[in-house]
Design a binder for this molecule. Sequence first.
Ligand code: TYM
Length: 333
Amino acid sequence: KQRVLTGITTTGTPHLGNYVGAIRPAIAASQEENNQPFYFLADYHALIKCQDPEQVHQSTQEIAATWLALGLDSDNAVFYRQSDIVEIPELTWLLTCQTAKGLMNRAHAYKAAVDANRDDGQDSDFGINMGLYSYPILMAADILMFNAHKVPVGKDQIQHIEMARDIAARFNHHYGEHFVLPEAVVGEHVAVLQGLDGRKMSKSYGNTIPLFLPEKKLKKHINKIKTNLLEPGEPKDPDTSTVFQIWQAFATPEQTAEMRKAFEDGIAWGEAKKQLFELINGQIGEARERYEALLANPAQIELELEKGAEKARAYAAPFLAKLREAVGIRKIG
Ligand code: TYM
């Protein structure tokens, strides 16, 4: 079986970008007979950028409820919280000792933080913690702990998966073939979903459309998507429009072709946004009800996660024992 693995950082409320980039393809993959899915809540990753304990906790609950509401079958999938798997931080250390410092210097997230400091006239490492710097190693441990073959993610994460491959290859080179080299799986139209302001939809830009907003708020958010000033009747360019890009991520190819034509025929922005709202709302309406019911019942979510942790550790513990042995950490005699 092919092991498919992905995680979401527990720092905020899941948004349309997380959904189309990671959750939707992951749930689709989990329904394929040949796949063994591992999906998790990346709460250790959250600590790197969020020092608000209540937010980490609340987000963990919301993201767990999102997966379950969207139909994740937790009997088939291994669904867990990263911090419940004590083997992961230990593997992180084994991998840290195989990771070139220069590789981490090239990580986009770290480089972006350094560049931002330079732009602000600050010392280049100002405010950057070691968690951010070695973030890709923790992520490599997430993936390699379960020897995942495929990792469905948005485009922003591809570099991290490539780094996981590098680190795995280095470990294999020194200690024998222990790790599968993982591959990123990135959907075509959803590689980077745009947010309200046209930049990448991201918690850190504050431009997200949360997935399970109540209907009225969803409508309001969609109405806030930035558009140019073209009037009804004026032809609009679908390829530079956020409304169209999000449409494409939810629509069938036929619906996308129709909307392209409507843009060229000068559809009013109000009308295009109304149709976008209806399209999204139609696809997530039922899941939203399940989501709200789950949030009202945290004990049920906790139970699912504990069951998942047990299954995940049944895999992780013997594998880590083998890896410890491989690097020479074993009993004397
Ligand atoms: P995170 O929490 O930033 O995002 C979770 C997933 O959502 C995708 N995504 C998007 N996809 C398309 N358009 C967007 N605007 C958009 N915004 C976010 C991300 O690509 C990601 O797939 N480091 C990861 C979490 C993680 C992980 C892992 C993922 C930790 N360990 C191991 C895979 C495997 C992260 O911060 O994702």
